[in-house]
Design a protein around this ligand. Structure first.
Ligand code: SOE
Length: 379
């Protein structure tokens, strides 16, 4: 694994757990973790359960005892690491968004396509697909339970940078992160809604906003927390991004991704309205799926809450008895489960780099459309 901050910790938890919960055709062994600071990465290896710590990712891809490279670094190094790893014959799991630009994402797809012909696999880590309630949402829609999809309504709301004195961490720097709320959390709802509906976004009209244009430079930072220094710097990404979209199956959609939704910590909500009913998911209640079945007699219609913890539900059979709920980290365990199974059986894991490139194209389209078709209202 390359990188060991927030996503590195989440992935490590999943690698530690996956073979203890799921019966799989191969076992993950946590050979080595890489980070630039020798002392810090050694401490992270001990804490997260990696046998060794190294400071140059090239060392990892040169080793014969490593089959998989898990890329958990900021977006500016995804392309270089993933492409080199694929060329060295390593299977690659890369955090989202796939890259910082469409060009980088295209180069990654090219490497992935070449590697695939040699049996070398790759996937992008859109973990929320693997929340059982989200997978169930996908399965119900694929089974035709909603009929034609009319509306997709998706929001991803956070508030961790509302305070203007919160430092300018890498997620707020365009050269490191590519974009702001748009790529970091907007990418999740783009992937999730396209996954559950089976439809792809064909066009968008969007707007982005950066509310706080200058922030103190960080003195230190880990994950989403940081301490501020005295000097300041320019915020070069969006704080919020909103867009409308059309999907190729005829649905229309609204999306909102923001880090300024005061009081909303990690509020990912999606509602799908179809011909025969609706489904709704809220990450803050991730064991539940809301279902409105409009095919029932009028007198019996109403929203129902499915507690997605039955053995019959996606992934759940391997966990606990019904009603014994799971959380955020389990989505990563499921991601590793599916990745290991695909790699070990010679199949292509999903979402592929091609799927992730398509998300990148949507992000790019939103940025390009930003305010370009804006119509001012007369005073
Ligand atoms: C920060 O906004 C973040 O950690 C994202 O980078 C993750 O992808 C998301 O799952 C939670 O929020």
């Amino acid at each position: 694994m390359v990188g060991y901050a927030f996503m590195g910790a989440a992935h490590s938890q999943a690698w530690r757990t996956v073979n203890r919960v799921f019966d799989l055709p191969a076992r993950a062994s946590m050979v080595a973790v890489c980070g630039r600071d020798g002392a810090k990465v050694a401490e992270a290896a001990r804490r997260l359960g990696w046998a060794e710590a190294v400071t140059d990712w090239r060392e990892l891809i040169a080793r014969d005892d490593i089959d998989v490279i898990d890329v958990c670094t900021p977006g500016d190094s995804h392309a270089e690491i993933a492409i080199a790893a694929l060329e060295a014959g390593k299977h690659v799991l890369c955090e989202k968004p796939l890259a910082n630009t469409v060009d980088e994402a295209r180069a990654m797809v090219e490497a992935a396509v070449k590697a695939r012909t040699l049996g070398v696999r790759s996937a992008c880590g859109f973990n929320y697909r693997r929340v059982p309630a989200v997978t169930l949402m996908h399965d119900l829609i694929a089974a035709g339970r909603l009929g034609a999809i009319r509306h997709v309504r998706a929001v991803y709301l956070q508030d961790w940078i509302v305070d203007p004195s919160f430092p300018l961490v890498w997620r707020l720097q365009q050269e490191r992160a590519g974009s702001g709320a748009l790529g970091d959390i907007g990418a999740h709802i783009i992937d999730l809604t396209q996954f559950v509906t089976g439809q792809r976004i064909t066009g968008v009209a969007g707007l982005t906003e950066t509310f706080i244009k200058e922030r103190p430079l960080p003195e230190s930072s880990t994950g989403l927390s940081a301490s501020a220094g005295v000097a300041t710097g320019e915020v070069t990404v969006d704080d919020a991004a909103l867009f409308i979209a059309r999907l190729d199956g005829g649905a229309v959609a609204t999306y909102e991704a923001t880090r300024f939704a005061t009081g909303r910590k990690n509020g990912l909500r999606v509602e799908i309205n179809g011909e025969y009913g609706s489904l709704a998911f809220d990450l803050e209640r991730l064991n539940e799926l809301e279902y409105y079945d409009a095919t029932r007699p009028a007198a019996e219609q109403g929203w129902s809450r499915i507690l997605v913890t039955e053995g019959e539900h996606p992934y759940f059979g391997a966990w606990w008895p019904p009603g014994h709920i799971i959380g955020y980290e389990h989505s990563f365990t499921h991601e590793m489960r599916d990745f290991i199974e695909a790699v070990a059986t010679g199949a292509d894991p999903t979402p592929s780099f091609e799927d992730a490139l398509q998300v990148q194209l949507v992000l790019d389209a939103v940025q390009k459309s930003d305010s370009s078709s804006w119509v001012s209202v007369a005073a």
